[in-house]
Write a protein that binds this ligand. Structure first.
Ligand code: MF3
Ligand code: CO
Length: 283
């Protein structure tokens, strides 16, 4: 029997003009993302639906998060809200991850595991990172929340981290390079005296939780993959007040801390690259 297990891209999805442009870049030796990460119109519809639930979930958390709450309570909120929509929290049991959400406080860069004994205190900054599976489609986003009175210099870090994400989104245009995105983010962070975490990156998302390409938040313009219409990926810079060096908690093998104990802030959105720009799918 003849086997045809080649991933086919929906014919007619791209105009001949775009196909020609891709072919020219390929011939010129440019790095291109694999075809399987270029979404079909049906996939885009599914990813959009998943992303809507993910954004509604973050809005729900924004309404209820407060001082004195445990991160376990946030986890319960995420599980209950997501399952009530007929969706599944993507983190739960992902590579053995034990909870439905990541909650990362102060010097925790990312992947903090909710716990009943971890309480949100006045002055804390916390990243809540939620990811949803709906009808097989994945979405991913995070926001920072400031608990009570946050010191001005820490507030500034949170604001600049958000600007870094926004600058990354603005730079992620069709036919630009992923290196352009990283360079723009790094430039903004460093102009404020902050550093960009190197060991973790954004990623393709939609059909799987984490897929190609890696989206680094530092780098050089004109390097890495060409950004093509039909890609869906996250931009999620982790910005540190001090060194960009981080380490993994040996006890749980998940929680990522800053080396120097100084705070870190992160915002994450997921975007769809279109023929003439991009569409923010989660915020
Ligand atoms: N949501 C994270 C990201 O932005 C991934 C967390 S993996 C988990 O990519 F298992 F910790 F949830
Ligand atoms: Co992500």
């Amino acid at each position: 029997m003849k086997k045809n297990n080649k991933q086919r891209f929906t014919p007619g999805c791209y105009s001949n003009e775009i196909e020609d442009r891709i072919q020219k870049l390929r011939n010129a030796g440019a790095k291109l993302p694999p075809r399987k990460v270029l979404r079909t119109p049906e996939q885009i519809e599914g990813i959009r639906e998943s992303a809507k639930i993910n954004t509604a979930l973050l809005d729900h958390i924004a309404e209820h998060i407060r001082e004195g709450m445990s991160t376990e309570e946030i986890d319960k909120m995420v599980f209950d809200f997501t399952t009530a929509q007929g969706a599944t929290p993507a983190p739960l049991n992902y590579n053995g991850y034990p909870k439905s959400v990541c909650t990362s406080i102060n010097d925790v860069v990312c992947h903090g595991i909710p716990s009943p004994t971890e309480i949100l205190h006045n002055g804390d900054i916390v990243n809540v990172d939620v990811s949803t599976i709906y009808k097989g489609y994945f979405s991913d986003a995070s926001r920072m929340f400031m608990i009570g009175e946050v010191k001005p210099e820490i507030k500034k870090l949170v604001e600049v981290a958000k600007e870094c994400m926004e600058i990354g989104i603005a730079t992620a245009q069709p036919w630009a390079r992923l290196g352009d995105v990283g360079a723009a983010i790094q430039k903004h962070a460093e102009a404020h005296g902050y550093s960009v975490v190197r060991d973790l990156c954004g990623h393709g998302v939609g059909i799987k939780f984490h897929e190609a390409p890696d989206v680094e938040h530092f780098g050089r313009p004109g390097t890495k993959e060409v950004i093509l219409p039909g890609m869906t990926f996250t931009i999620e810079p982790m910005i540190n007040m001090g060194t960009y060096e981080v380490f993994v908690d040996e006890a749980d093998d998940w929680t990522i801390f800053t080396d120097d104990g100084l705070p870190s802030a992160q915002w994450e959105s997921m975007i769809l690259i279109t023929e003439n720009g991009n569409e923010v799918l989660t915020s």
